[in-house]
Design a binder for this molecule. Structure first.
Ligand code: PEP
Ligand code: MG
Length: 585
């Protein structure tokens, strides 16, 4: 059957791809609920142990392969799987179910894994939900081994493929090879989910949050994935396919044109300069930042170094990582944000309290103040790494001037220590604050006197200003960074920084949203930081703009009372700005 209407979801990584689908599901697993005979217990236990030994060698092989290809972070996921496979409690639970309830191995594994996975996924925390996914991943591998069903490892895909799944596990995305994987489609997830972040960092076209994708799409179906128009055509007819191929060619041409601007400055037609930088999570992303013409790193989310591991990273490990990033950016500035754990990101090795409102709870610098054993090694590591390239330190979740003062005092004390020990570091390392709480925005004129720079985190600023949880799909329509309330705070922050002779950047998603580029330039934003893949398009828009016209736009938008008025004004501007039309398309 050919679909007349395309499927759609949340476009999260741009591009256009046409390839056969591979639907990843668990439908080849059938669990037999019939209990085993009394005398068969030992035999059943042996079946489980054989399956576990096989899983251990499979996972070790994947881990070794990833290590050989230099994919250290991906390898860490499988190292985590090994820890779980060797977990004595898991083994104990499975054996107890076999011995006491006479479950078959597959059912015992399923029950034991599910009770752990449910416990963490019921916490309704996206970070922990991912740990549940890891756990189920291991469960599925063990059950397949028990049943003698081969586990399909994504590393073995040999032809061009668009992957489709309810959700992608970290172990799946870790194995994706760009040689044959041409796109991702998932039923779950949003713009900031694991699959979305991975897809962007791999520069792989992706649409997530596609309802019932695994029902509508079968393995082998030809798929035309057009992220530009948020359309997934399943088994397109010849005419549709020809259309999408044209879109694909057009997109490739456009990217080539944008890419040609790579080494040119982000300058408006009348000579106003802004800076375009990339957001990164690991040293690997630095390559893609460079390839897409980033002028620096506007946000390095250091918390990724703290996640997916049983213990905290020490000062030395952090120092090596931050120095590697400083070197990879070859002299371009890197804003290192101190770890932002809490909210939707928890750490297994930190004893997190059960919180009713984690986003309003123990998060980021609030953890720092309670846990000097986390704060001091990180700050020392950043300071030491600043000897290898221009680093800047940025503090997330600041809501009071005294918080910044206390953090600055810590940095000064550490500098004294390093100086006394003769350890090199950048004496003039700039210190900035992330403006992501309404409190910080309101206090911007006071903060501006004390900081070196601001960077606006619109992802959180939007949720805290509008009181709309950024991860709640139920109220996603109310999550609007272009709301006049959020824009008013942004303007206030930019003006306050300029009045104090400082600069303001933006590292939330709005910085890479082409609908907002002209407006943000007109509002006076100095630096835009976004996922690397969004950079070329945003640069093309900046270079097509007239700064005076953008300033007028900002003045008009300041008078808009509703979101609809803002959007109408922005659309009208995009239409009028004929020079920009190509970049806006
Ligand atoms: C933000 O809040 O806008 C931001 C960039 O930080 P994060 O998304 O990591 O919370
Ligand atoms: Mg934030």
């Amino acid at each position: 059957m050919t679909y007349i209407e395309p499927l759609s979801g949340i476009p999260c990584s741009p591009g256009v791809s046409i390839a056969r689908a591979l639907v990843i599901g668990d439908d080849d697993i059938v669990i037999n609920p019939t209990p085993i005979e009394d005398g068969a217990v030992e035999e059943e236990i042996a079946r489980f142990h054989a399956a576990r030994d096989a899983a251990l060698s499979q996972v070790r092989a994947i881990s070794d392969h990833l290590a050989l290809s230099g994919k250290v972070e991906q390898q860490a996921i499988f190292e985590g799987h090994l820890v779980l496979l060797e977990d004595e409690e898991l083994e104990h639970d499975v054996l107890a179910l076999i011995r006491q309830s006479h479950y078959r191995s597959e059912q015992a594994i399923h029950e034991a894994i599910e009770s752990y996975a449910k416990m963490v996924s019921d916490l309704d925390d996206p970070y922990l939900r991912e740990r549940a996914t890891d756990c189920r991943d291991i469960g599925a591998r063990l059950i397949r081994n028990v049943l003698g069903v081969q586990t399909f490892d994504l590393g073995s895909i040999a032809e061009d493929t668009i992957l489709v799944a309810r959700d992608f596990t970290p172990s799946q995305t870790a194995q994706i090879s760009l040689e044959h994987v041409k796109g991702l489609i998932s039923e779950l997830g949003g713009r900031t989910s694991h699959s979305a972040i991975m897809a962007r960092s791999l520069e792989l076209p992706a649409i997530v949050g596609v309802k019932n994708a695994t029902l509508h799409i079968r393995s082998g179906d030809l798929i035309a994935l057009d992220v530009e128009h948020n359309q997934i055509w399943v088994r397109p007819d010849a005419a549709r396919l020809a259309d999408i191929r044209a879109v694909q060619r057009q997109y490739a041409l456009q990217r080539e044109k944008w890419q040609a601007l790579r080494d040119l400055p982000a300058l408006t037609r009348d000579g106003h300069r802004v800076e375009l930088c990339a957001n990164i999570g690991t040293v690997r992303d630095a390559d893609s930042a460079q390839a897409n013409g980033a002028e620096g790193i506007g946000l390095y989310r250091t918390e990724f170094l703290f996640m997916d591991r049983p213990t905290l990273p020490g000062e030395e490990e952090q120092y090596l990582e931050y120095s590697a990033i400083a070197r990879a950016m070859s002299g371009k500035a890197v804003i290192v944000r101190t770890m932002d754990i809490g909210g939707d990101k928890e750490l297994p090795c930190l004893d997190f309290p059960k919180e009713l409102n984690p986003f309003l709870g123990w998060r980021a610098i609030r953890i720092f103040f309670d846990r000097p054993d986390i704060m001091l090694p990180q700050l020392r590591a950043i300071l030491r790494a600043s000897a290898h390239g221009p680093l800047r330190i940025m503090f997330p979740m600041v809501a009071a001037v005294e918080e910044f003062r206390a953090l600055k005092a810590q940095v000064c004390a550490l500098k004294d220590e390093l100086r006394a020990d003769g350890v090199p570091f950048d004496e003039a390392i700039p210190l900035g604050v992330m403006i992501e709480t309404p409190a910080a925005a309101v206090l911007a004129r006071f903060l501006a006197r004390e900081v070196d720079f601001f960077s606006i985190g619109t992802n959180d600023l939007t949720q805290y200003t509008l009181a709309v949880d950024r991860g709640n799909e139920q109220i996603a329509r109310m999550y609007q960074p272009l709301s006049p309330a959020v824009l008013g705070l942004i303007q206030q922050v930019i003006d306050a920084s300029h009045a104090a002779g400082k600069w303001t950047g933006m590292c939330g998603e709005l910085a890479g949203d082409e609908r907002a580029t002209a407006l943000l330039v007109g509002m006076g934003l100095d630096e835009f930081s976004m996922s690397a893949i969004a950079l070329p398009r945003i640069k093309a828009i900046v270079r097509s703009l007239d700064y005076e016209a953008a300033r007028q736009l900002a003045v008009q938008v300041r008078e808009c009372a509703t979101l609809e008025e803002v959007e109408d004004r922005l659309q009208a501007f995009a239409r009028q700005n004929s020079g920009a039309s190509e970049a806006y398309e």
